[in-house]
Structures are given as structure tokens and as C-alpha cells.
Design a protein around this ligand. Structure first.
Ligand code: PEP
Ligand code: MN
Length: 656
């Protein structure tokens, strides 16, 4: 049941509604449903719906059609984002990130878990898994090290800056384990151990709920409901294969469960490819299929020496295989509109040479001030910004790219996000040129976002009611094949794609449509009439994150550019430069030779006319960075001697 509250209800009246429901035997949860504030109520209590509807501040009461109410999308429209944290830092699951959990099947020794944690962390896993209490099919098999194992695991997680997730097999261990683990795992065999669910749900820690090998999706969601009704808000579902007639693989990975559950529930869904297939060579393909199907993450078994593993060796990946899988996930992520979550490693670990334990995706958690972008709500730049800084980041909308630079420079925002180039239509020169006018602004990061265009209109609009289409000229260019099918449509250019959508929302006409991303339709309450109308689906825009160069801030300088602390383990691997060369034969060659001789890879080189100097050009270059900063500084010094104007725009972590 959902109780929709009136806008502006007082906190006193809201509490009265909660008390009314609780007194009648319902578990209650405050939730947001679109723009409405609602209270989700679950349980078998008896009440008079008319009386409830008459309470002050109650707008209406609606029944839900599903037996699981708190877990249902009917009571909460937005995706739940679960935060898992402890002294090892904070990790989020859900939304537009892909969160990867990795570790051995079981903790076998202090050394084994430390070594595994370091290896998986190096490849980019952000949460550490490992069983201290093992539910084994045979009573004679290794049952785990118990609390000692959990202590070793916590130690390893703390050392690597990884929160830990471990299975609890019985209600009696919950209290003892809760101070050591950051997230409880309910194993497949225990999915319907209701006493365990109630106990674990009541301690309020995040829970990873595996699907039972013979459980239907509805039974699985009802188990999640037990956890939510007992008090926790943070439940992550985990598909780990179900039992079918097929015996080749250990279980059968139910890929279709992912999109189904994402429709039925707001909870994040991750996949355990290891237990699903049970065969090492089949883990990576299953993992990639899960990501392609929309999973919010993975939990993968990795062992430094799988042949010696005390449990599940045959399905455990070698660390090298896991590293390759992570690279493949990083390449796949933008295709499904997501970003692989990275978090910094603590000081003292091999890669953690900078940064404290800040949370999230790229720069997430870095900012108290807002981040600026040019455009309206739902713009692609806003999506990029949320992907980089997290959904909760404060945003400042401005009306031009120059205003993004101005806001960054005057310090009223901590960073700005702006498009630099598109994979189909090339560089946005206007933005590159701004760097020359703002020497105190540096590039500190980049993100590549897949651009999927939609035809968007009023809810009553149809393809045959449309006569005018609005978008940014880039939107028209990228959807040319689709637009060619409708030669009668008149095209009107706008400042940006989201502005085109906003104009239709204001006018509410059925004859006008816009070309923009689906997020813009959602942001302005309009309908997607057709999705994926771009001519070429391999359509990506590269966004740059810009920040003001301030020495003394707790970041550090790399070359000439400030690298924010939250980049953490993400050592810069790419830099951008602008230079011009003397007007004589071989001068560009001399610059390129320096880079070639020093093994610096040039990923982009573009020439641009110099303002006010007809027929003279400057060069924009993106280059790879060598292993050490010192070497790079020397190369840059050498380059300066061969160039006329030389500007270092920043060193940052390239996105794939
Ligand atoms: C595990 O993750 O180690 C495990 C035992 O998984 P499941 O409960 O899915 O079999
Ligand atoms: Mn296992």
C-alpha cells in the first residue's frame, strides 16, 4: 500500500501517519515516488482505508499489485543506491555505476586473503568478498575459519581500502559479525531462512541477497521484503544461477532475471557469474553478458592459486584473468550507459600514492561546492556530471561554455564539465579555444558518454502529428538517416538538445518534437516517441572535467596541473597540450620526434587557426604519460625549446 502525502505536509503530521500505520501492524518506509512524497506500508495489519485517507496531510491511499510492497517499483520509482562503507571507505551500488566485488570463495589464511585483496584491488575491484563461515553441501568439506577468518578479512579490507562482504549462515552469528563486516551476504541456500532474514534485516547493515537455486523471482523479492520490513533500506539482489535440467554448467545463469527484476523492483541487481557457471573459462563471458543485460555489478571469485583453493577452485579466476575481465567491463560500460566504479586506494599501497578514502565514481565525494555545466536539466552534460561526481552532486546550470569557465575561475563551483569532442562529428573547437583564454584552468579528468538520441514529444504527439523538430545542429547531423525518412519536417536549431525539450514542455504542442537524450524527456515530463534514432550507434561524446589550478589545496601538482585528491589510485595516464611551432621546415617534426624517441604515444593531434594571426596554426595534442612524473617534466621542457607558445592543459586519467 502506498500513502501519498500532500505537498508541504508537516513533519508532525507525517509522524502521525507513521504511528497510525505502525500501531496497526504495518512496516513503514518513507519514499519518494516521482515528485510525490509517499509512505510505503507493508504488512497484514487491519485498518480502515477511509480513516487513513482522512488523516491530515494524506492525499490518497493506493493499493499495490505485488505481494512485496517495500521492494516494489510501485512504491518507489527511482533506483535505490546502496552505500556500503566502513573504515575501508565508502562504495555505492546502483544507479549508473558498475560495482565489482571480488575475492576468494573462502578465507583460508591471513596471507591468502591479504594477497587476494591486493591483487583484485589493483585490477579495480572496490569491495572484498570472502567466506568465513562456509555453507558447504558436504559436512566433511572445509567449513571456513569462522570469526578468525572474518578478522583476517577485515584486516585485508582495511589495508586495501575495500569494505568487505561476507556470508552469515545463522542468526546466532549476526551480532558477533556485525562490527566486523560492512555488508552481510545471505547465501543461496539461506534465501528463505526467514529467521535469518529477520535478524540480519534488523541490524540495519547493507545486505547482499543471493537468489536461491530453485527460487522464483517473486520468492526472491519476497525474501528481500523480509529484510526491508525488518528495518534495513539497503538490499542488493544477486542472481547466481538457478537449477535447471542442464548439467554442463554448475547452475544456469538466468540472464533474463536482470531486466525483469529491474522492472519489478527499485533494488540494485548484481550477478555472481562464478557460482552460476562453476567453470573458470566460462566466468568472463557470463560476467560480460550480465553487464550487457543491465546488472549493477558483479561478485567474482578470484584466487591467487586456484589449484590450491580449499573451495571452489575450478570456478575461481586467476588474478590475470580478473584483470582482463575488468578491462573488458570498462570498455563495455559506456555501451550500456554506465561507468565502472573506481575508488582510491589508501596511502601506502602500491598504487595509492595519493588521496584519502573518498567515495565513488571518479570524483564522487570530492565536492562540497556545485559543479557547473552548460544546459538544461536532462542534458547529456548533466548525465556526464552525475556519472563523474555521483547523483547527489550539487549542480549549477549556466547558459554558455564560457560561463562554465567563469564559474570555475571565480571559485563558486569546484569544477565544470563540458563536451570536448564527439566520436562522429569531431572536436568542439569553441571549448578548446577557451583554455587559451583561461590559463588558470586545467583539465583534471575526462569521461566518454554514449549518446543515444530519442525523438521526444508531448504525451499526445505521434509521428504523424509532428511537423517541426528542434535540436542542436549536432543532434540533426547525428540522426540524419532517420530525419531523411520525414522530408516534410521542418528543422529548428536550438542552443542545446535539452533546451529543445524544455521548449516543447513549455508549449505543450503535438506538432513539435525534439531530438535529445531520454533523460531530458524524463526531466521535463515528456514522452519518448522513438528511441535510438542516431544513424550510427557508436556515438560517444568525450567530456572534460575542468578545475581551477590552486596550489596548496590538498591535491597535488602533476607537471603544471592540479590533480584532485579524489583521483586516488587513478594515477594520470594522459595529458593535453597546445603549442605552436616556428614557421620553418621540420619544426613540427622536431616536436613529434621528441615524443616518438621517448615512447610517448600521441592519441590526438589537431591544428587550429590562431586568432588574429591569419594562416598560422597551433596544435592540440593528447599524449600518453610515462611511468614517472620526472621523465614527463623533462620531456615537456625539451618540447618547450622546439615550440613557440606552449600550454600544458592538464594531466588526468583517460577514460576508455
Ligand atoms: C558464495 O558466494 O561463496 C556462495 C556460497 O554462494 P551461493 O550462496 O550463491 O552458493
Ligand atoms: Mn564459492
Amino acid at each position: 500500500m502506498i500513502v501519498v502525502l500532500s505537498r508541504g505536509i508537516s513533519s508532525y503530521d507525517k509522524e502521525l501517519v507513521r504511528i497510525y500505520l505502525r500501531d496497526r501492524g504495518f512496516a513503514v518506509r518513507d519514499q519518494q515516488f516521482g515528485d510525490d512524497e509517499v509512505i510505503g506500508a507493508a504488512g497484514k495489519g487491519v485498518l480502515d482505508l477511509r480513516e487513513l485517507g482522512l488523516l491530515p496531510g494524506v492525499e490518497r491511499v493506493a493499493a499495490t499489485s505485488k505481494p512485496y510492497e517495500l521492494a516494489s517499483r510501485e512504491t518507489k520509482a527511482e533506483d535505490t543506491i546502496v552505500s556500503v562503507g566502513g573504515s575501508g571507505g565508502m562504495v555505492k551500488i546502483g544507479g549508473s555505476r558498475i560495482t565489482v566485488i571480488a575475492g576468494p570463495c573462502a578465507v583460508e589464511s591471513r596471507e591468502q586473503i591479504r594477497e587476494t585483496a591486493a591483487r583484485v584491488r589493483e585490477s579495480g575491484a572496490v569491495l572484498l568478498r570472502g567466506g568465513a563461515f562456509k555453507p558447504r553441501s558436504s559436512p566433511y568439506a572445509f567449513q571456513g575459519l569462522g570469526m578468525k577468518g572474518l578478522e583476517y578479512m577485515k584486516e585485508a579490507g582495511d589495508a586495501e581500502g575495500m569494505p568487505i562482504v561476507t556470508e552469515v549462515v545463522s542468526p546466532e552469528y549476526v551480532v558477533e559479525m556485525k562490527d566486523l563486516t560492512d555488508m552481510f551476504q545471505i547465501g543461496a541456500r539461506n534465501m528463505q531462512n526467514f529467521a535469518l532474514l529477520k535478524k540480519v534485516g534488523s541490524v540495519g547493515k547493507p545486505v547482499l541477497l543471493k537468489r536461491g537455486p530453485s527460487a522464483t523471482i517473486e520468492e526472491w523479492l519476497l525474501s528481500a521484503e523480509y529484510l526491508l520490513a525488518a528495518g534495513t533500506n539497503d538490499v542488493v539482489l544477486c542472481e547466481r544461477g538457478i537449477r535447471t535440467f542442464e548439467t554442463y554448467t554448475r547452475n544456469t545463469l538466468d540472464i533474463s532475471a536482470i531486466p525483469v527484476v529491474k522492472t519489478l523492483s527499485h533494488l540494485p541487481v548484481i550477478v555472481d557469474p562464478s557460482h552460476a557457471v562453476g567453470i573458470r573459462a566460462k566466468v568472463a563471458p557470463a560476467a560480460l553478458a550480465a553487464i550487457a543485460a543491465g546488472a549493477d555489478g558483479l561478485t567474482v571469485e578470484v584466487h591467487p592459486r586456484p589449484d590450491e583453493a580449499l573451495s571452489d577452485g575450478p570456478q575461481s579466476l586467476y588474478p590475470e584473468q580478473f584483470e582482463k575481465l575488468m578491462r573488458d567491463i570498462e570498455a563495455l560500460a559506456p555501451v550500456v550507459g554506465k561507468e565502472l566504479l573506481r575508488t582510491p586506494r589508501p596511502e601506502g599501497t602500491a598504487a595509492g600514492r595519493r588521496g584519502g578514502p573518498q567515495a565513488g565514481s571518479l570524483f564522487e565525494g570530492f565536492t562540497a561546492l556545485p559543479v557547473a555545466y552548460n544546459g538544461e536539466s536532462g542534458a547529456f552534460a548533466e548525465q556526464a556530471l552525475m556519472r563523474i561526481f555521483g547523483e547527489d552532486v550539487k549542480r549549477r546550470q549556466v547558459q554558455s561554455f564560457k560561463e562554465v569557465f567563469d564559474a570555475v575561475l571565480d571559485g563558486s563551483v569546484c569544477a565544470g564539465v563540458m563536451p570536448a569532442e564527439n566520436s562522429l562529428s569531431g572536436s568542439i573547437h569553441e571549448n578548446y579555444d577557451l583554455f587559451l583564454r583561461y590559463p588558470d584552468i586545467a583539465i583534471v579528468g575526462e569521461l566518454k558518454l554514449r549518446i543515444v538520441h530519442c525523438l521526444i514529444g508531448d504525451e499526445h504527439a505521434r509521428l504523424d502529428t509532428i511537423s517541426i523538430v528542434r535540436s542542436h545542429p549536432q543532434g540533426f547531423a547525428q540522426c540524419k538517416e532517420f530525419l531523411d525518412k520525414y522530408p516534410g519536417w521542418q528543422l529548428e536549431a536550438c542552443n542545446n538538445t535539452a533546451a529543445a525539450v524544455a521548449s516543447i514542455a513549455r508549449e505543450g504542442a503535438v506538432k513539435v518534437a525534439a531530438i535529445a537524450g531520454a533523460a531530458a524527456a524524463r526531466a521535463h515530463g515528456l514522452k519518448v516517441l522513438k528511441e535510438g534514432i542516431e544513424t550510427n550507434p557508436l556515438n560517444y561524446t568525450r567530456f572534460l572535467i575542468i578545475s581551477r589550478k590552486i596550489s596548496g589545496r590538498d591535491g597535488e601538482w602533476f607537471g603544471n596541473a592540479w590533480v584532485p585528491p579524489s583521483l586516488g589510485s587513478e594515477k594520470p595516464n594522459k595529458a593535453s597540450l597546445v603549442f605552436s611551432v616556428p614557421d620553418k621546415p621540420g619544426s613540427l617534426f622536431a616536436c613529434l620526434k621528441i615524443m616518438a624517441d621517448r615512447g610517448i604515444n600521441l592519441s590526438k593531434l589537431e591544428s587550429r587557426p590562431i586568432q588574429g594571426k591569419p594562416w598560422e596554426y597551433q596544435f592540440y595534442a593528447d599524449v600518453s604519460l610515462p611511468e614517472t612524473e620526472g621523465d614527463f617534466a623533462l620531456i615537456m621542457e625539451e618540447l618547450k625549446t622546439k615550440t613557440e607558445d606552449f600550454r600544458f592543459l592538464g594531466a588526468y586519467r583517460g577514460s576508455l
